[in-house]
Design a binder for this molecule. Structure first.
Ligand code: XIL
Length: 400
């Protein structure tokens, strides 16, 4: 009885089409324009609103599905076939994406792009630099989008979601902003014009924007930058409102690091988003960067995620990497596998954690060695684009 109900439900939501998707292929979901029927021996199964997949079996033996459950049928998902890919597994598990940062200079490396472009591995990309203020408005009122466009076009070609990064941040600012002697009215206009022009340019292409990046110091006090020093905390709502007006469908995030553990900085972020919600300022999500150290993943991470989703927000892991002293020892790589599993599992356990983005997938292009002296080996693929134990840690969490 249950099985026939399942079949009826599936049949009702799957229109017929000529082309058929292969086993494990996508066969439906919001925005999907490809085949909506599956090859023989597989059945199109709704995993979430964004993703239906051809799973092995026939209609009469298909696993029961929960079409509207955002967390997905994790307990009925089939075991992961090897080589399935992180994004494919994340979607089966009910997440929106598994993604990676990338950068324009890396796109001529064909061995690298062969992995980057595989949307079974990565269903979302973030430009690591080319949408930042110094890249997009190097002189006042003059916008350059060529670098950002290259990444946005790549996302479109690859069928990947795009995260915009970022509108307002104290770092990588052109000097006309960081050294500008602005009145409050003038800086308000500068922020509005920057966020509005940037977000408008990518309207309809961006899933979520990091509208404000890293507003807090590690002790939970506000970072003293040109924005805060001139406008106080109001710069946050000025930027969010400009972004919302520019692309009403983009999810608007505030993104930061060291908010992954309970403490002053996480509390400051919680208080900020509570205030924004109370004031009616548009805010949809909080991004947890998750630049971690092997063996030091905070034990309170999932609890903190839940504190934010309890406010009605979505959350995402936006810049995950887990660094160690280089050269990495075998034991460090084994611990790193466990750490990647722990972090991704926390997102899996929180329904409104929409996805995980690694801050580039290979040690070949990681930002870590140039930023943290003597540290590196932070990514799930090594310098030679070979998967590390960390990859298996991610797979273990996605298939748990
Ligand atoms: C990093 C980039 O990866 C580097 O290429 C660049 O030199 C510095 O910025 N937090 C953020 C990201 O929000 O924008 C940073 O990206 C990493 C830390």
């Amino acid at each position: 009885m249950k099985l026939s109900v399942t079949f009826t439900l599936l049949a009702a939501v799957i229109p017929f089409a000529l082309a058929q998707s292969p086993e494990w292929g996508q066969c439906g979901g919001i925005g999907w324009t490809g085949a909506t029927t599956c090859v023989a021996g597989t059945v199109c199964t709704v995993q979430n609103a964004y993703y239906s997949q051809c799973l092995p079996g026939s209609a009469s033996s298909a696993p029961a599905t929960t079409p509207s459950s955002p967390s997905g049928p994790t307990s009925t998902a089939p075991p992961a076939p090897s080589g399935t890919g992180l994004n494919a597994l994340a979607k089966v598990a009910g997440k929106l994406y598994f993604g990676t940062a990338t950068d324009n200079g890396e796109l001529s490396d064909t061995a690298y792009t062969a992995i980057l472009d595989n949307n079974k591995e990565f269903g979302q990309i973030t430009p690591a630099n080319s949408m930042k203020w110094d890249a997009t408005e190097p002189t006042r009122g003059t916008f350059t989008f060529s670098g950002g466009d290259q990444i946005a076009n790549l996302a479109k070609t690859n069928g990947q979601l795009l995260r915009g990064h970022n509108c307002v941040w104290y770092n990588q600012l052109p000097s006309w902003v960081s050294n500008g002697q602005f009145t409050t009215a003038d800086l308000t206009t500068v922020i509005q014009n920057h966020c509005s022009t940037l977000v408008s340019h990518y309207k309809g292409q961006v899933y979520s924007w990091d509208v404000v990046n890293e507003p807090f110091n590690d002790d939970g006090t506000w970072r003293q930058d040109v924005f805060y020093n001139t406008l106080g905390t109001s710069y946050v709502s000025i930027a969010l409102k400009a972004a919302r007006a520019a692309d009403p469908n983009a999810k608007l995030y505030i993104n930061d690091y060291n908010i992954e553990q309970s403490g002053a900085k996480a509390t400051a972020m919680l208080n900020l988003v509570k205030q924004l919600i109370a004031d009616g300022v548009p805010i949809d999500g909080v991004g947890f960067q998750c630049h971690f150290i092997v063996g030091e993943v905070p034990g309170t991470f999932q609890t903190v995620l839940e504190q934010f989703t309890a406010l009605g927000l979505e959350v995402a892991i936006t810049e995950l990497d887990i660094r160690t002293t280089t050269p990495a020892s075998q034991s460090a790589l084994a611990q790193q596998q466990k750490d990647y599993q722990t972090v991704v599992q926390a997102c899996m356990n929180v329904e409104k954690c929409v996805g995980v983005t690694v801050w580039d997938f290979t040690d070949k292009y990681s930002w870590v060695p140039s930023t943290f002296s003597g540290q590196g080996a932070a990514c799930p693929w090594d310098q030679n684009l070979v998967k590390k134990p960390a990859y298996n840690g991610i797979v273990a969490a996605l298939t748990s």
